[in-house]
Design a protein around this ligand. Structure first.
Ligand code: AMP
Length: 490
C-alpha cells in the first residue's frame, strides 16, 4: 500500500474514528477521505496540470488536513503556512515557490462543496516516490526563506521507520500536536497519527498562550503520545500538577527540534513513571528526524548532555572535519545521507548545490550542525554558525549550554553573545533553576560560575546570569533567542 492508501484505509476500517480534534471541532476518517477526495476533484479542474505547489494558510483547523491530502491527491505538493506568518513573508514564499493556488480554510470548504466528485471521472493521484509531497519553508541565514522539498519517498522512509520503532497501537493512540503545521515537527505527529489510525489532538495558539486553559484542555485530551519541542514540555513542567494524574493515558514523550536537557527528561520520568521519553534529532531537510534514543534513568545518569541517538536504519550519518571522516569522539559537521534527504530547495539550484551532494550513491545534506559519536551514539554539539569569536577565542555557544545543562541545579539554559560594535563583547546566560538555593542572584551566579569553572575555560564562562521562570517561545515552540537577546538591550 502506498501512503495515500495507508491513510484512506481507516475510512473503511474505522470510518467514525476521529482523525482530528481542534478546539470544539473534530473530523472523522470517513469525512477526511470524502472531503479530501472532493477537494482533489475540484483542484484538478482549477489548478494547472503541472505539479506546481499549492499554498495553504491557516492554523489548526480540520480544513488544513483536508487541504494537505486534497492537494496531494490532485497531483500537487502543499506548502503549509501558519496564520501567524506576516503577509510580506507569505508573499515572498508564494513568489519563491511559484505556487499555483492559495487556499484558506474557507476556500477549502467552498471547493469541497462545489465538487461534483461523483459525476466526474476524477482519478486520485498516487504520488511516485520522487514526487514532492510537501514543501516547508525555513528561514535562511540571509533572511530569505528556503522551501525544502520533501518527496513521497522521504516521507515514506520517515513513516516506515517510526512505525516500526515506536510500535503504536493501531487506531488507539491520541497524538499531541503542539507545533504549527508550517514547522516540520508537526509532520511527526500528523503522519504518525494518520498512518496508524490515530487521533491528532491539536493545541491552538490561543490555548497555548493561556496556561489555565492549556492545562484544562490537556487534562481532557486523552493524549497518549506527546509530541512537542522540549521547551514546551519544560514550560508545562512549571505547573506542579502537570503529571500522570493530569493526563493518565500518556505513554510516550517524543521530542525533536532542540536540545533536550537531562533535567527535563528526568522530571518527566518522575512525574509520568509509566511513560517513555525519546529524544530525536534532524533538520527539516532530512524529514523531521533521523536519529533517536529512548532516554531512561540509566542514559540520564551516564550522559550529560544527552545523546540524540542512533541513525535510522536506512540512512548514514557522517561526521566530517574539513571533508575527512572524523574519528569517534572527534567533533565535525553532521552530514546525513539517505532516502529521507530532501530533493533540495524549490527554485533555488544555487542554495541546493551548496548544501546537498551525493555520498555512497545516496543524497546527502550538510546540516551546519556540529556533532560527534561516542559509544555509537550521535551527540549534537551546537550550530556551526553559533560559533563566535570572543576576544580571539573560538567558542561554541552549544558547548557552554551543554555544560550548563549538566549542572545539578540548572533545569535549562540559553547563552547569548552580547554584541558591541558588531563584535561579541561578553556572554549572557539565561537560566531556569531547579530551585533557588539563595535569595540573592549574586550568590547563585557566583555558585554557578564556580561550578562551571570546573568544566570550562574561563573565557567560556558567561559574565552575566539572568534567572527566569521560563523562556519566551517562538511560534514553533523553540526558545526564542532573538527575544532573549533583545531583552538584554532594553
Ligand atoms: P528545523 O529544521 O527547524 O527542524 O531545525 C533543525 C535544527 O534544530 C537542527 O539542524 C539542529 O540544529 C536542531 N535540532 C533538532 N533536533 C535537535 C535535538 N534533538 N537536539 C539538539 N538540537 C536539535
Amino acid at each position: 500500500m502506498n501512503l495515500i492508501e495507508r491513510i484512506d484505509r481507516w475510512s473503511h476500517e474505522t470510518p467514525e474514528r476521529v482523525a482530528h480534534v481542534s478546539g470544539k471541532r473534530s473530523l472523522t476518517y470517513a469525512e477526511l477521505t470524502r472531503q479530501s477526495n472532493a477537494l482533489a476533484a475540484s483542484l484538478s479542474k482549477q489548478a494547472p496540470d503541472d505539479h506546481s505547489p499549492i499554498a495553504i494558510q491557516g492554523h489548526k483547523e480540520p480544513e488544513m488536513l483536508i487541504a494537505f491530502l486534497g492537494a496531494v491527491k490532485s497531483g500537487h505538493p502543499y506548502i503549509p503556512l501558519d496564520s501567524s506568518l506576516p503577509s510580506q513573508r507569505v508573499e515572498t514564499i508564494l513568489e519563491t515557490a511559484k505556487a499555483s493556488m492559495f487556499l484558506t480554510p474557507d476556500k477549502v470548504n467552498e471547493l469541497v462543496s462545489q465538487s461534483k466528485e461523483g459525476e466526474s471521472n476524477f482519478q486520485i493521484h498516487h504520488p511516485a516516490l520522487d514526487d514532492a509531497w510537501y514543501i516547508i519553508f525555513t528561514s535562511g541565514s540571509t533572511g530569505e526563506p528556503k522551501g525544502v522539498i520533501i518527496t513521497c519517498g522521504c516521507l515514506e522512509s520517515f513513516v516506515n521507520w517510526i512505525l516500526s520503532e515506536q510500535q503504536f497501537i493501531e487506531d488507539k493512540e491520541v497524538f499531541l500536536n503542539q507545533a504549527p503545521f508550517s514547522f516540520d515537527l508537526s509532520v511527526m505527529d500528523l503522519y504518525s497519527s494518520l498512518v496508524s489510525g490515530g487521533t491528532l489532538f491539536s493545541l491552538t495558539k490561543d490555548v497555548i498562550a493561556e496556561p489555565k486553559k492549556l492545562f484544562k484542555v490537556l487534562s481532557r485530551s486523552e493524549v497518549s503520545v506527546w509530541v512537542s519541542t522540549p521547551s514546551f514540555a519544560q514550560f508545562c513542567l512549571t505547573e506542579p500538577t502537570f503529571n500522570e494524574h493530569m493526563i493518565p493515558p500518556v505513554n510516550k514523550f517524543w521530542f525533536c527540534g532542540e536540545t533536550l536537557a537531562p533535567e527535563v527528561a528526568g522530571s518527566l520520568l518522575t512525574r509520568f513513571p509509566k511513560a517513555e521519553v525519546w529524544n530525536t534529532y534532524g533538520p527539516t531537510e532530512t524529514t523531521v528526524a533521523t536519529t533517536s534514543i529512548r532516554v531512561d534513568q540509566d542514559v540520564i545518569k551516564r550522559y550529560s548532555p544527552l545523546p540524540v541517538g542512533r541513525p535510522k536504519p536506512d540512512c548514514e550519518i557522517h561526521i566530517l572535519d574539513n571533508g575527512a571522516e572524523a574519528q569517534a569522539g572527534e567533533r565535525g559537521e553532521i552530514v546525513i545521507a539517505g532516502p529521507n534527504v530532501s530533493a533540495g530547495y524549490i527554485h533555488r539550484p544555487d542554495l541546493t548545490e551548496r548544501a546537498f551532494y551525493r555520498i555512497n550513491n545516496m543524497r546527502a545534506y550538510r546540516t551546519g550542525d556540529l556533532g560527534h559519536y561516542q559509544d555509537g551514539y550521535l551527540f549534537f554539539d551546537g550550530r556551526i554558525d553559533f560559533q563566535i569569536k570572543l576576544h580571539g577565542y573560538r567558542i561554541e555557544i552549544g558547548d557552554i549550554e551543554n555544560n550548563l545543562h549538566a549542572l545539578p541545579n540548572v533545569r535549562d539554559a540559553v547563552v547569548i553573545p552580547v554584541m558591541k560594535n558588531n563584535k561579541a563583547d561578553h556572554l549572557a546566560a539565561f537560566v531556569i533553576l531547579k530551585e533557588r538555593i539563595s535569595k540573592s542572584d549574586y550568590e547563585i551566579t557566583r555558585a554557578l560560575k564556580l561550578e562551571l569553572s570546573g568544566r570550562l575555560p574561563d573565557y567560556m564562562i558567561p559574565r552575566k546570569f539572568i534567572f527566569v521562570e521560563r523562556f519566551p517561545m517562538t511560534n514553533n515552540g523553540k526558545a526564542d533567542r532573538r527575544k532573549l537577546s533583545a531583552s538584554l538591550k532594553s
